[in-house]
Design a protein around this ligand. Sequence first.
Ligand code: SF4
Length: 492
Amino acid sequence: MSGSAYLGMPAFPEAAATATRDAGLRANLRHATHTIRDKRAAAVAELPDWSALRAAGAAVKDRTLRHLDHYLEQLESAVTAAGGRVHWAADAAEANRIVTGLVLATGEREVVKVKSMATQETGLNGALARAGIRAYETDLPELIVQLGGDLPSHILVPAIHRNRSEIRDIFREHMGRWGRPAPEDLSDSPAALAEAARLHLREKFLGAKVGISGANFMVAETGTLVVVESEGNGRMCLTLPETLISVVGIEKLVPTWQDLEIYLQSLPRSSTAERMNPYTSTWTGTTDEDGPRASHLVLLDNGRTDALADTVGRRALRCIRCSACLNVCPVYERAGGHAYGSPYPGPIGAVLTPQLRGVTSALDASLPYASSLCGACYEVCPVAIDIPEILVHLRERVVQGGPVTRNGVKTVLRPAKGHAAERAAMRAAAWAFDHPGALRTGQRLAARTRRLHPRRLPGPGRAWSDTRDLPAVPAESFRDWWRRTRGEEDGV
Ligand code: SF4
C-alpha cells in the first residue's frame, strides 16, 4: 500500500505527541466521537438479533476470504457478461496507471469522485494530477479535506478534525479555485455550509463525463457493485457520467445478495447510527440508455493477498469500514487520525496498515502499539474482528520477526530495531514461567521490597513507563494468599 501524501510521516508516538498537544483537535474529536458512539449504541440495541447478525457477518466474510480466488473469478465473469470490463491491479502504481490510462482514453481532463478509500490508499488524485487530470471529491467531508489541502482523518468523516467555523473559512478561501465560489457572507450554520457545497458540486456533477468510485461491496453471483451513502452525491457520480471507473479492494466481495442483506443491516447502524442509510446504489455492468456507457472495475490487491496468507491477521480483511471502532477508541480520540499515517486510522488502521504495507518502516512498525488493548473496538465491531488479538500478533511479528508473505513470496522477517529490551523482558518472563520455584521466590522478593520500587523504569524501559503508571506489586502473591487461606499449594 502506498499513498504519496503519507510517505515520510513520523512514527505513531511522535505524531501522536504533537496531536495530543492540540486542544482544539482534541475537543473536535471528543465531541464528534462521543455523539456518534452514543447514537450507535442506541441503534444497535434496537435489534434483538444483533449478536446473530454480527456472527453471520463474520462467518460470511471468513468463508468468502477462504475461497476468494473462486469468488473473484465468478465476479469477473458476471461483470464481463453484463458489459463491464475488469482490470487487475497488483499494487497502487498499477491501479493508478490503469485508471489514468482509462481517463486519458476518454479525452477528458476532469473527473468526479465518490466514496473510494481505495483511491486514497493508492494516492490516485496525485497520479491523476501528474497526468494533467483534475479530480473533484464530491463527498462533503472529502470535499472539505480536498479544499483545505488536508488529509483524511476518519474513515467515515474524513474532516472530523475540523469544526464548523474552520469549514466556513476553508469554503470561503478555497472554493473559488476549484469552481463556483462560496458566498462572501457564508455563515457557519450547517444549512448554509451544505447549501454552498451543494451549489458548488452541482456544477461538477452536471459537467463531468467521467466518474470514479469505490464500492462498499461487490456481489459475486451477479457482478453487482454497491455503494451506500448519505448525501446523494454517490448516486449522481454513479449515474450521470458517460464512463464509470470503480476501484475496489478484492476483499469487498460477498458471494450472494442474501449475504449482502446482513451488511445492509449492520453497516448503517454501526457507522451513522441509522436504521438504514439514505442511498444504496447498485450497478451491474452497463444498461442500454441508462447510466454510464462504459463501466470499468479495477480490482486492487496492494498487499491484501499477503494479509490473506496470515491466518490471524487476515481477519482484518473482514472489515466493512463502518468506523465504529474509531469512535470508541481512547487512543484515536486523543491522537486523531493523521497520527496513523495512512488512510486507515484508528484500531482497524493499526492492524490493517502494517499488513498491507509490512512492518519495515518505523511508522508501520509502531502502529501495532497504537492501542491500549482495552478491547472496546472488538466489542463494537459488527463483523467481530478481535482487533486486540491481531495487535498482539503483529507486535510479536515486530519484536521477534518470523515468516511472512510479501508480494506473494514467503520470506523471513528480521526483528525490528529498538525492541531489544522488550525481547529480553519476554525471554526472562518465559524462563520464569517455566521455573515455578524461581517465579515464587521472585514474587516474594518483589512483594517485600515493594515500597522501594521506583515509579519509573530505568534505561530503555523509561520510554514505556513515561507514558503509563507502573502496576503496583501486591503485598501478597496469589500463591501465598492461596496457601494462607486454603492451607495447601496443590494446583497453584
Ligand atoms: S474493524 Fe470493525 S468496527 Fe472497525 S471499521 Fe472495520 S468493521 Fe467497523
